[in-house]
Write a protein that binds this ligand. Structure first.
Ligand code: FES
Ligand SMILES: [Fe+2]
Length: 439
């Protein structure tokens, strides 16, 4: 039998071993040491807006159900019958106060209690149905984002999110009501490759000019400017390690702006709608915060381990096996804005990320090619050193370098190693609001 893997040796400061993408022993350990020990993104509150709404989700490879009870509480129940193990809910989403297991009919409330026991007389007098409630995860909600944790020892969600909260706030505050909704459906895709490829890629500013060249050229012609400039050496944009494995590609303008960001991923809208929208933001947040929201919200955010917030979407990365991954991509609408704004956001989103879009399918092809390439055994390491000599710790505590640098990937693997190997955490001690660094 092969000796157990030394996980720490697989991730070094500036390179990672191919086995972290190909070895099923690593994958099984990730499910336990990462997905069972930290907070895992499962969805948005608006997906279970009404009493009785539910949605099936996963925590790592474990099936679960996010439910909304009749008193408005949100629960994450493990999708496993306490009789003999069947899943009790097969639907992707729906509305029901109860879940009945098809195998022998045990029935549970949407809070997880066993409320129906067919032919109950067959069980002895000492049978206590209260001991057969569904297993449940801890639930944490931040600005409508629902996270689940299987660990009683995981830190509070707010501590886990840390500095990522600032960017989540910006994303939500693009709505003058401070809320987004995720009710336009979910676009699902999968690929033959490891889940970490997608997490790395969502905050990879080095690849767009190559993988997305054709899309950028078409967009450049449409907009009459050079979109590809954003990702060249001349770009003023940055990548940032926010601590705790979270990171961003920071594509905010270097100046404060009162204009909605009409970039290629958020769509263009008429002046009238823009003005109406900005006015509503100013009424809600005041001039200064409105400038901050519109100026600083243009980022790709990775929240360790399985959430990306990009453009207008939440992207939920779902590990299936060491070499198979599902990705659920859920676009959002802003509450309280002219319809034209939301329509433009959605159309622009579809143009790049839709199943026939010009961008996201090309990324997936790269994941498939990486999986094939990593079958070569004579080349063991993947290089993540880009920018290591020019990264620096900013006054606000984040580690900053150029947008094309591999700062976000190094951030991800620092946290990976902490959880997989118990190494010391590396969280910046003090961290004022990052926008200060953008002035
Ligand atoms: S396995 Fe669910 S009722 Fe038997
Ligand atoms: Fe991409």
């Amino acid at each position: 039998m092969a000796p157990p893997l030394n996980f720490e040796g697989l991730v070094q400061n500036e390179r990672v071993h191919r086995k972290i993408y190909t070895d099923s022993e690593v994958f099984e350990a990730e499910m336990e040491r990462i997905f069972e020990r930290t907070w895992v993104f499962v969805g948005h509150e608006s997906e279970v807006a009404a009493a009785g709404d539910y949605k099936t989700v996963t925590i790592g490879a474990q099936p679960a159900i996010m439910t909304r009870d009749e008193d408005g509480g949100v629960h994450v129940l493990m999708n496993r019958c306490m009789h003999r193990g069947s899943t009790i809910c097969q639907e992707q989403r729906g509305n029901s106060s109860y879940f009945r297991c098809w195998y022998h009919g045990w029935t549970y409330s949407n809070r997880g209690q066993l409320v129906g026991l067919p032919y109950a007389g067959g069980y002895g007098k000492t049978f206590d149905r209260s001991k057969f409630s569904l297993k449940r995860a801890r639930v944490g909600i931040y600005r409508g984002l629902v996270f689940a944790s299987l660990s009683p020892d995981a830190p509070d969600l707010a501590d886990h999110l840390g500095h990522a909260k600032y960017y989540i706030d910006l994303f939500m505050d693009l709505s003058p009501e401070g809320e987004v909704e995720a009710r336009c459906g979910t676009h699902k895709y999968g690929y033959d490759g490891n889940w970490k490829f997608q997490m790395e890629n969502g905050v990879d500013g080095y690849h767009p000019n190559f993988v997305h060249q054709s899309f950028f050229e078409v967009q450049g012609k449409k907009l009459g400017r050079k979109v590809m400039k954003l990702f060249t050496e001349a770009s003023a944009y940055q990548s940032r390690d926010l601590g705790n494995g979270h990171s961003i590609l920071d594509m905010a303008p270097r100046r404060k702006s009162h204009r909605p960001v009409n970039n290629i991923l958020r769509g263009s809208t008429s002046k009238e709608s823009n003005d109406q929208y900005v006015d509503s933001l100013v009424r809600r947040y005041g001039e200064e915060r409105t400038s901050e929201i519109l100026g600083a919200s243009n980022v790709n955010l990775a929240v360790f381990p399985n959430l990306l917030i990009i453009g207008i979407q939440f992207r939920n990365v779902i590990p299936i096996s060491v070499s198979r991954t599902d990705v659920f991509l859920t676009p959002t609408t802003l509450k309280g804005v002219p319809e034209e704004i939301n329509v433009a956001r959605l159309r622009a989103h579809e143009a790049f990320y839709g199943s026939a879009g010009g961008g996201a399918p090309d990324d997936v092809e790269m994941f498939n090619r990486c999986t094939a390439g990593l079958r070569v055994k004579d080349a063991e390491w993947l290089e993540l050193s880009r920018g290591v000599e020019r990264e620096h710790t900013a006054d606000d505590g984040s580690i900053v370098a150029h947008i094309t640098d591999e700062v976000p990937q190094r951030a991800f693997y620092r946290k990976w190693r902490t959880l997989m190997c118990g190494a010391a955490a590396t969280v910046a001690a003090s961290y004022p609001r990052p926008v200060a660094a953008l002035d």
